[in-house]
Design a protein around this ligand. Structure first.
Ligand code: UFG
Length: 333
């Protein structure tokens, strides 16, 4: 097996490359480096600089590297930006996927793992989100992921490609400081940034209908998430060998809700910056009160289970942050 991993120079993609190659799988990475970083990909893994919109490049790559499966992570992923630039998001996330799937079908590739998101559910009004919970995305980003899933499943059925759509919940942590997320768009790095500047972290609203009034999320360690990709890819390969043609749509979360206040307090404790108490500000528009996965189906289908807790996510993410921001440690207080 040789897997094409698109977006393999990104934060999550690089962890998928790491998990798959450490498990003995062959990989080739395609990344346009718009947000990815070349040095996240190990030197021994072939790297191709380019876009999934480039059909001739894809055809060449699949042929020359003997690609048998694809793990597709390359995408734009900022909710707010997607509201401002829907055309760009549909082009990159939906058209980029459509062109890739054409190349997959014409190139005889038989396995396809698609990076989806809990954003497809929008504002779920349930204790635990199952894969049957209605999908009502609230942003163009979420829409592109849902439309992507539809396309992946339809192509899988029509052309005999085994497919899996993995719906990520809130991803955090790092396997190695060098692979850490560099964006400051999510709760954990946003709190790190405030603490580094010796300013109070912000909590966006504490009047939600949740136990402590702050939003509840299901955080998943990126290393566990990467292992889920490996398990999905292997499951699809086995299925193809036995003539099955599965389309597995799976939540990737831990099934455990953690509130924003709990996260901020734990970050303060782990980083030693607990003296900086958080400030509560207005709600951020579009935030659902609670999004927590039911992780039953993925454990049944893939035998996968998360191994890392929130403490491990924050500790590893902080090590990655301090590598890029040495002043974060020096200014602790
Ligand atoms: N938050 C704060 N203060 C901050 C930053 C965030 O209170 O400084 C809160 C947010 O309001 C939210 C929670 O922390 O309640 C988590 O926010 P994130 O931005 O980390 O994550 P989201 O749950 O909003 O978004 C995540 C993914 C998106 C995905 C979305 C829906 O990052 O890609 O889940 O599944 F679209």
């Amino acid at each position: 097996m040789t897997y094409l991993i698109t977006g393999g120079a990104g934060y999550i993609g690089a962890h998928v490359v790491r998990a798959m190659t450490q498990a003995g799988e062959r990989a080739v990475v395609l990344d346009d480096l718009s947000t990815g970083e070349r040095d996240r990909v190990p030197a021994e893994v072939p790297f191709v600089h380019g876009s999934t919109l480039d059909r001739p490049l894809l055809d060449r790559l699949i042929r020359e590297h003997g690609v048998t499966g694809v793990v597709h992570l390359a995408a734009k992923k900022q909710v707010g930006e997607s509201v401002e630039q829907p055309l760009h998001y549909y082009r990159e996330n939906v058209e980029g996927l459509r062109v890739l799937l054409e190349a997959v079908v014409d190139g005889g590739v038989r396995q396809f793992v698609f990076s989806s998101s809990a954003a497809v559910y929008g504002m779920p009004d349930v204790e635990l989100v199952t894969e049957e919970t209605p999908c009502l995305p609230m942003s163009p980003y979420g829409e592109t992921k849902l439309a992507g899933e539809w396309l992946v499943r339809a192509v899988g059925r029509a052309h005999g490609v085994a497919t899996s759509c993995l719906r990520y919940f809130n991803v955090a942590g790092t396997a190695e400081p060098e692979l850490a997320d560099t964006g400051v768009f999510n709760l954990v790095p946003m709190v790190f940034e405030k603490l580094t500047e010796r300013r109070a972290p912000l909590i966006f609203g504490d009047d939600y209908a949740t136990p402590d009034g702050t939003c509840v999320r299901d955080y998943i360690h990126v290393e566990d998430l990467a292992d889920a990709h490996l398990a999905a890819a292997r499951r699809l390969t086995e299925a193809s060998e036995t003539g099955e043609n599965p389309d597995l749509t799976l939540n990737i979360g831990r099934g455990e809700g953690v509130s924003v206040r709990e996260m901020v307090e734990l970050i303060g404790e782990i980083t030693g910056h607990h003296a900086l108490a958080p400030t509560v500000t207005a709600r951020r528009p579009g935030d659902p009160a609670r999004v927590v996965a039911s992780a039953d189906l993925v454990s049944k289908e893939l035998g996968w289970q998360a191994r890392h807790d929130v403490r491990a996510m924050i500790t590893s993410a902080w090590a990655g942050w301090c590598r890029r921001h040495p002043e974060a440690v020096a200014e602790r207080g």
